[in-house]
Design a protein around this ligand. Structure first.
Ligand SMILES: Cc1ncc(COP(=O)(O)O)c(C=O)c1O
Length: 460
């Protein structure tokens, strides 16, 4: 058994790390050198059982876009569930109180009707969302991808080929795993054909406005068309490569994919599981990139922490599945619906997207300054989702430097640290704090990050 990570002076955290490393398989976690234990969270901070405060630079992997336990969001959520304090406290003798059911499998709730209407209205009011006619709910991002692909494949079973952009991340399960990565990964599904994503053209934020030569990307698509003709069913891509290392392409690339799909009657699926709800600076990434997907997959920030996801798209595609073919225990469960309504309320009635634009300025400058430390080679990102690519330094590989930065930030100084995830693609650190951070907090957290990275650089 692998020994659990332990840190001096963290008795309670260490005990939790030990229990979980014995009672749960290693595979349940992705490797993060800090293995932080959270006792409580509020806004942009997590608190360890020892009482240290950590700036959350991950938002729970781009989930808590509105911060942790936002008070007004929670009030809306509880109100929709019927969980106001007077209901829960009660004092009746029955042991039960009347509230929205937690389970509505094979039944319906008015809450679900409100959530679906609100979500479709919000998507259709966004430029590029007009094909968002029906919502196929799910519980995790990979399930939403799986359901989107099922819908496409059922449309016409003679059309079995799925095109996917290489080094994308769409999840690990089923068809979501099949469209993730590249053709040289093991046990590939022969129906999936990968095309190139313009990574070199956007490997640093300084290239964001460069022109891009699309001819070779178009040629790959045309070659597939010549080889497989009408068998090509759909094309799936992320707007930017998230898990693949934070590569944010020039919009012209995605627009070219859309144009090719339309010209060849190929369904365009946009995986916004990570990008949705403001991460790119727009409510949906399809607005930012100027495209109109046939199906958009939503997740993570959709419930701000309550597990919920959805594939939303053309009714004719969703309608290709018969009774039961998209159903499961948790899809459209009332908790999820209440969370979606509460999250939509915040995005529709607050200035969170304006705040994201202001934060973007501060983060681009602050993260770019890290290049001066010699430990960061490249910075990529948009809105409030960034990747900082580590450099080889002091005889250590960029991968080792990434691990050292995560640990150094976790330990922080004077009881305050920064929570970072283990690296993407080996050496890229994800920076994606809640978008409700204040400008003062943004400056303070970036100053702490810079001084910790500088201190590390000097110590190597
Ligand atoms: C773009 C994208 N799609 C799909 C997924 C899979 O989501 P889940 O882990 O909820 O299955 C992720 C998760 O990181 C993702 O980033």
């Amino acid at each position: 058994m692998v020994q659990p990570i332990q840190f001096a002076g963290e008795d309670r955290s260490n005990a939790t790390r030990k229990t979980l490393s014995q009672a749960e398989p290693l595979a349940l976690r992705t490797f993060t050198p800090s293995q932080a234990v959270f006792a409580k969270s509020a806004g942009i901070f997590h608190f360890t059982p020892e009482g240290r405060k950590l700036y959350d630079f991950s938002s729970g992997v781009l989930v808590a876009n509105l911060g942790h336990n936002p008070r007004r969001w929670m009030q809306t959520f509880c109100r929709h569930m019927g969980w106001m304090p007077e209901h829960v406290a009660g004092g009746e003798t029955t042991g039960y109180f009347e509230a929205v059911t937690l389970t509505a499998y094979n039944a319906m709730t008015e809450l679900e009707a409100t959530a679906v209407e609100r979500l479709i209205k919000n998507l259709q009011a966004s430029k590029g969302g007009s094909r968002c006619e029906q919502v196929m709910w799910a519980a995790s991002g990979s399930e939403a991808i799986q359901k989107a692909l099922w819908a496409c494949l059922h449309r016409d079973e003679s059309r079995d080929i799925i095109v996917a952009t290489r080094y994308g991340f769409h999840g690990k399960k089923g068809l979501a795993g099949a469209v993730t990565g590249c053709e040289t990964d093991q046990d590939r599904d022969p129906r999936v054909k990968f095309i190139s994503f313009p990574m070199q053209e956007c490997d640093d934020i300084s290239k964001a406005d460069d022109d891009i030569d699309l001819s070779k990307y178009r040629a790959e698509l045309d070659a597939l068309r010549r080889q497989y003709g009408n068998r090509i069913n759909c094309l799936i891509t992320e707007p930017y490569l998230g898990g693949g290392g934070s590569y944010h392409p020039q919009p012209a690339y995605l627009q070219m994919l859309e144009e090719w799909c339309r010209a060849n009657d190929v369904i365009l699926i946009l995986d916004e599981v990570q990008a949705n709800f403001g991460r790119t600076g727009k409510m949906y990434a399809f607005e930012k990139y100027g495209i109109e997907p046939d199906i958009v997959c939503l997740g993570k920030g959709l419930g701000n922490g309550v597990p919920v996801s959805a594939a939303v798209g053309r009714a004719d595609l969703m309608g290709s599945l018969k009774y039961g073919e998209g159903s499961d225990t948790w899809s459209a469960n009332p908790l999820a619906c209440a969370a979606v309504i509460a999250t939509l309320d915040e995005f529709e009635n607050t200035d969170v997207l304006e705040q994201t634009a202001k934060l973007n300025d501060v983060f681009v400058k602050g993260l770019t300054r890290l290049k001066d430390t010699g430990l960061i080679a490249k910075v990529r990102g948009e809105g409030m989702v960034f990747g900082i690519e580590c450099a080889d330094a002091g005889g250590f590989s960029s991968k080792e430097i990434a691990s050292k930065i995560v640990e150094k930030c976790y330990l922080g100084r004077d009881g305050v640290g920064i929570h970072l995830l283990g690296a993407l693609a080996g050496n890229v650190l994800r920076v994606s704090p809640p978008m409700t951070m204040t400008i003062e907090e943004a400056h303070a957290s970036l100053e702490l990050l810079e001084s910790l990275v500088r201190e590390l650089a000097v110590s190597l």
